[in-house]
Design a protein around this ligand. Structure first.
Ligand SMILES: Cc1cc2nc3c(=O)[nH]c(=O)nc-3n(C[C@H](O)[C@H](O)[C@H](O)COP(=O)(O)O)c2cc1C
Length: 338
């Protein structure tokens, strides 16, 4: 897909969804998003984080390319230089993205060396400058994904002050990964597990600043939790749970839309046209099927489903028939089309 062929989006028509799937590096690539879109027609999807410099200097089609059905889809940017972020946001808008999001939550060493991600929680004025520049460059929403704090900065007043400073630019949507990050000593993975979750800080933020749109992220793993959080905040963002248990994402979307839950095999088969089009472009099956391995987690035949796909999808010539073989192992009924 090339940018100029993208239909212009009617941004005003996009209602902020109550459900989104988190940006996850190496995971939420375009193939993953195509699958998630089938599972959750109503969810907002996020790209992996792309650094503003990569957008400006890198292979744009590889970094930003996506398929029209992914809408609504948000581009997550990393960086801390206002002009570069603004230019990258503009390119994202020209590509047809529905939102641009700034990453103020990633704690990896690489990110800290570049002075972006979670360490920006310490620099609210700089974040505000970045957001102001991005907002001036685009007409699509510019949002922020942040933590509660970093290192010793773990008090609600500092967190709320950070939000207020950024909100003063006119930014009104914040995705709160509701734990702080330790910049020293914890790996990114540990930083998603060890600092305690404080969902109540996001609740309080919403109570005290009802004009802001607050999406809660972090440790949300079942339908009951989603329903409970949505009584306190505007939206929920699912990360690992949506990736590892894609059927949860589907059930969450159906619950919110009030639609019927569809069988797993029907959802997977709905991806067939996407898969076949990608194979025809030369994409290897493994790049797509790696994202569907959890679809039958905990179900009869789930282990064989995973195994057949993991072992077969990297073989040259692997095609849709492998997916049907994996489905057969789960006892899924064959369809005429299969
Ligand atoms: C593999 C992986 C990659 C991630 N990459 C990003 C990223 O690029 N940008 C970002 O803001 N957060 C990233 N995160 C954090 C998630 O967006 C999310 O905030 C975190 O996993 C907590 O949500 P969860 O408990 O629902 O998974 C990543 C998480 C994982 C597991």
């Amino acid at each position: 897909m090339n940018a100029p062929t993208m239909p212009p989006q009617d941004h005003a028509a996009i209602v902020a969804p109550k459900l989104s799937v988190a940006p996850m590096m190496d995971w939420t690539d375009r193939h993953c998003r195509a699958f998630h879109r089938v599972l959750a027609p109503g969810a907002l999807l996020y790209t992996e984080m792309v650094h503003a410099n990569a957008v400006l200097q890198g292979d744009r089609e590889r970094l930003l390319g996506y398929d029209a059905p992914e809408h609504p889809v948000a581009l997550q940017l990393g960086g801390s230089e206002p002009e570069r972020l603004a230019a990258a946001a503009r390119i994202g808008q020209d590509y047809g993205y529905d939102e641009v999001n700034l990453n103020v939550g990633c704690p990896s060493d690489r990110v800290q060396a570049g002075r972006f991600g979670a360490c920006l929680m310490k620099e609210p004025a700089l974040v505000a400058e970045c957001i102001a520049a991005m907002r001036a460059a685009v007409s699509i929403p510019v949002t922020v994904k942040c933590r509660l704090g970093v290192d010793e900065l773990e008090d609600y007043a500092h967190f709320a002050g950070f939000i207020d400073t950024v909100a003063a630019t006119g930014c009104d949507t914040f995705i709160v990964h509701a734990r702080k990050a330790w910049l020293d000593g914890l790996s990114p993975k540990e930083n998603r597990e060890i600092p305690p979750l404080r969902h109540e800080w996001a609740y309080r933020l919403k109570r005290e600043r009802p004009q802001l749109t607050i999406s809660l992220n972090g440790g949300i793993a079942d339908l009951e939790a989603i329903a409970t959080h949505l009584t306190q905040v505007d939206a929920v963002m699912l990360g690992r749970a949506a990736y590892h248990d894609p059927y949860l994402l589907h059930r969450a979307d159906a619950q919110l839309a009030g639609t019927q839950v569809r069988p797993r095999e029907e959802l997977l088969r709905a991806l067939r046209p996407y898969v076949e089009a990608a194979l025809a472009r030369g994409v290897a099956l493994k790049h797509i099927t790696r994202h569907v391995l959890g679809l039958y987690a905990g179900q009869p035949g789930g282990r064989q489903f995973r195994q057949i796909l993991s072992e077969g999808a990297h073989r040259p010539g692997a095609d849709w028939s492998l997916v049907e073989r994996a489905l057969a192992a789960t006892g899924a009924p064959l369809t005429a089309a299969a």
